[in-house]
Every structure is written in structure tokens, then in C-alpha cells.
Design a binder for this molecule. Sequence first.
Ligand SMILES: [Zn+2]
Ligand SMILES: [Zn+2]
Length: 374
Amino acid sequence: MRAVEKPPLIWLNVLLFLISFILAVVITPWYGYQQGYAIEHWIWLVVAFSFCNLSITAGYHRLWSHKTYQAHPVLRVIFALGGAFALQNSALHWSSDHRVHHKHVDNNDKDPYSAKRGFWFSHIGWMLRHYNQDTYNDYANCRDLQKDWVVMWQHKHYLLLAIATNIGIPLLLGIVYQDIIGMLLIVGALRLVLSHHTTFFINSLAHIWGKQPYTDKNTARDNGVLAFFTFGEGYHNFHHIFENDYRNGIYWWQYDPTKWLIKSFHYIGLAEKLRITPQIKIEQAKAKQALKRAIDRLEGRPDNTLIKEALNKEFEQMMKKLNDYFELKKQIVEQKRHNLVEKYERSLLLIRYRQLRTEFKAQQKRWNTVLAYY
Ligand SMILES: [Zn+2]
Ligand SMILES: [Zn+2]
């Protein structure tokens, strides 16, 4: 039997990844050993790295691919420049690929970087060959973005912008600090390689390593360690189920600087219409997934029918409390907004609300204890 032939290599990409990698891991340390680097090299490395990655996470990903908020043109231009500096193709192309990834996640024939094809393929392999040549220039799933002049301007001048930022910025810094080669290596090559691979980890590692608190219908995982290196994108399990949420790490303690950045832009008027998932939907998904996992764990146990029944009953009760609590919460917010009720009525509602909240928390605690037991 003849092996399936692989599509031809994209030599430009192969050489680009290979040369930048060699420059970053061999030439950069060697030059440092010979000439030494100063503090400004490292400061600018962090600044440029953050600029690139945040332009991808807050711009390419959460703004353009998923429309989780709306951004002022100034901000969009900044993201377009940072995206070109990150050298990950135009925002239009990136978003188109990414929307296909969400729509057909894990489908080896359709998902452009399907994690089911292995670590190497989802990390970088998918960019090394002409896998999707027929649909390469098909942006039908991004008609909305084609109306954004910043997206189209960047797409049209992508090559020029990519060269201007990747060579221009390190060169300028090199002239200012009188070390052109040093800056080209640190802010040029090393920054690019770090920025590339940390972003690529979201397609590879974030689909392999971590927990699945919300769904196991796809391979996406939540991982705090990855979130640290990816400006918050490590909470990928949440992201794949609630992709229209501007947050990936939804709890205050979850490290999601992209979320904090978007919120900060909102405060100064550069971002608006930030979308979040209703809390009730998040709680429902979490409880459903926990029930499913508990039932799976019980498989094979002889006495499992009764336990399953008890678990399901507990789950129903939990869902009921959850609905009652969030329904009342919604009512209170609505009434407050429209000033619908008298003061004394509102205080009655608030008492009921507090009571329901206590009941819900108790039910939730009970539910967690039951889950921990099985
Ligand atoms: Zn996404
Ligand atoms: Zn993904």
C-alpha cells in the first residue's frame, strides 16, 4: 500500500520558522556571550513581546475573530500593527482560520489546526504545507470583517507592515541604543520566536493539557500555567464553549491580562459593548459536566444504578435552586433599572433574594460534597 502523499511544503514558512529559531537559540546567546546585553535589551524584549501577543489575543482573537467587544479605530490600528509585528498573517486570514477552528473543532478534515492530528501538526505543522490550498483565499466566513477598513488596510499592506515592524522597530532601537545587531537579535528574532510559540501553544497544548470543567465535547482544556504564558488564553475549555465572552478566565483570581486590558480600554472609552456569558449558563454547564464525569466514574461498579439515581436527583435539585436564584436576581436587576417597584417591595424582594442565595450556596456545597464522594 502506498502512503498518503503529503501536500507540498511552503518553503517561505519553513525557512522563516527555521531561520528565526536558529537565530534565537544559537546566534542570540552566542552574540550575548561575545558582546553582552544591557538592561534595555530585556526591557524592550518584554515590551515588544507583550505588544505582539496582546495584539493577537485582544485584537485578532477576541475582537476580530469572535466580536466579543467593539473597539475604537485607534485601537484597531494599534492591533493591526502589533499583529503584523507578530507575523501571524493578516487579521482577516487569521480570523477566518480561527472561525473554522471553532466551528469544526477536532474535525481532522475541516479544523485547520485540529488537535486530533497530534501536537506537532496543531502547533506548527499545519503552517508548513499547503494543507488548505483550495480555500486559502476564501474569506466568506468573515464578511463582517471585510467591512472594517482597518482589517482590509492591514490585509492589503500586510507584507509591507510585517517587514516594516519586524525590521524597522529593532533597527530603530539599535540606532538609539547603539547596538543594531543586539537589538535585531533580541527584539527581532528572540521576541518573534517567543511570541510565535507561546501563541501556537494555544492550538497545541491548550487542547492537550489541563482540565475540562465546562465540556468534554471537544479537546480544549483550562490550564493556569498556559494562561500565564499566553496572556490569559490558557482558559481554553471555557473559551470553546462560550466563545463570545470577552473573558477567557472568568474568575477574578484567574490570570487573564487580555481581559483586564479590554476592561481598561472600556474605562477610557476605547472599547465598548463588552459581551459576557450569563452566569446561570456558566453554572449549568459546570454542573452538567460534573454530573457527566461522576456518572462516567461510576461505570463498572455493581451498585451504580442507585447511586446514579441519587446523583441525578441531587442534580435536578441543584438546577432548580440555580434557576430560582438567577431568575430572582434577573427580576431585581430589571426592576431596579426601570424603577418599577416601591421601596418596601424592593426590600421584601431583597430578603427573598438573600434567602435564595443562601439556599443556593448550601445546595451547591452539598452538590460538591456528593461529587467529591463519588
Ligand atoms: Zn477562539
Ligand atoms: Zn482551540
